[in-house]
Design a protein around this ligand. Structure first.
Ligand code: QUE
Length: 361
């Protein structure tokens, strides 16, 4: 159980006294409601971004319910109405990396990825209610679960190439398994998906109107996962539908250079906007993410997470990561100065060297 949060009997949330008592503990509320274990990411000012105490609290709650035959499902949501979870506490990771606290960096990613794997292997349905921003680490605490309910206010993305990082949290397993080359497109460009689009892409499983989410949440406690279907809203069309063929044509290429060439040859605004996203991202990050996603297509989730953890060791020590997080998260000037500045200028040997040693077991 999460520290500072005793098991509550409240139906709609932890008892008021518990919430106050937990102010100094991890920003996660965990409580039992009927036959459901409930988790709420409770750090709304940081858009519920995951820090290490939150990751540990989530893991502890899941482990405490794992062997409890009274827990028939786990439901996770975000507090505050704006975000499910904006990602990991990448600002702290950058500070640790730049100060040479390698162990702190290692602990963060090792425990985050272990949580992702525990969710994927969870013995009862793990249900994420995604209403608002769901990026990076937020996808990691939802996509591996059996049920991902998205509302019209949901916004999904894997934006890591913009900060000189790479699609982690098991994304190197998940993205290559999306239809066609959609995963490579999402992982390299950081393109955003609406809740409905996330269902079409396979990141979410159900589309529910935001105004019905509280009713779904209550029904999960009384009727279980089977209750979701009766609350589903009609699914709007896939906004990427008109671009699906071009996505597969361009992002199915064998190299980043070939992706760029094919986008440049593609008619219409979408291809030029997509080229713009790739050109704004860290050139190194686009290249190392391409290689990771390509290798992930052939690996198990466990091996993908191990390969990602190995890659965090080189990437978090890299100037591209320090600069990307500075520009997008710390200073928020959104004007990263990448070195080298263009994909064409990256020495392929640098990328090859990063993947030369196999991920340690
Ligand atoms: C790209 C990213 C992330 C990002 C911004 C980007 C990311 C991430 C955060 C984030 C958001 C809110 C926080 C926080 C970090 O922002 O992965 O600490 O409070 O976690 O452009 O990949």
């Amino acid at each position: 159980m999460a520290q500072g949060r005793a098991e509550g009997s409240a139906e709609a949330g932890p008892a008021a006294g518990e919430a106050a008592a937990a102010a100094a503990g991890p920003s996660v509320a965990a409580w039992r409601a009927s036959r459901v274990g409930r988790l709420r990411l409770d750090r709304p000012k940081a858009l519920n971004a995951l820090d290490l105490p939150m990751i540990r609290a989530l893991r502890a709650a899941l482990e405490s319910w794992r062997a409890d035959p009274g827990v028939h499902a786990v439901v996770i949501e975000g507090a505050g109405g704006r975000a499910f979870c904006a990602g990991g506490d990448i600002r702290a990771v950058r500070a640790d990396a730049m100060a040479g606290r390698r162990e702190a960096v290692e602990d963060f990613f090792a425990e985050e990825y272990a949580l992702n794997l525990a969710i994927a292997r969870y013995p009862v349905p793990y249900v994420a209610l995604i209403d608002g921003v769901c990026m990076g680490g937020g996808i990691g605490v939802s996509v591996h679960g059996a049920v991902r309910i998205a509302t019209e206010a949901a916004l999904f993305a894997m934006p890591e190439t913009a900060i000189g990082f790479f699609p982690d949290i098991g994304a190197s397993h998940v993205l290559p398994r999306l239809p066609g080359a959609l995963g490579m497109y999402l992982g390299l460009t950081g393109a955003r998906l609406s809740g409905a689009d996330a269902v079409h892409a396979g990141l979410a499983t159900h589309f529910v109107a935001r105004e019905r989410l509280a009713a779904v949440s209550a029904a999960l406690e009384t009727d279980g996962v089977a209750a979701i279907a009766s609350h589903a809203a009609p699914l709007p069309a896939f906004s990427l539908g008109p671009h699906r063929a071009a996505i597969d044509r361009c992002f199915g290429a064998d190299s980043v250079m070939e992706i760029l060439d094919r986008l440049a040859a593609e008619p219409g605004d979408w291809a030029q906007q997509t080229l713009g996203l790739l050109r704004a991202a860290s050139p190194l990050a686009v290249l190392w993410s391409f290689e990771l996603l390509r290798q992930g297509a052939m690996r198990s989730l466990e091996d993908c997470l191990a390969a990602e953890l190995a890659l965090t060791r080189t990437v978090t020590a890299h100037a591209a990561f320090h600069e990307g997080v500075r520009a997008m998260v710390v200073d928020k000037d959104r004007a990263p100065r990448w070195q080298p500045g263009r994909i064409e200028e990256v020495d392929p040997a640098v990328i090859r060297a990063m993947f030369a040693t196999p991920a340690p077991g």
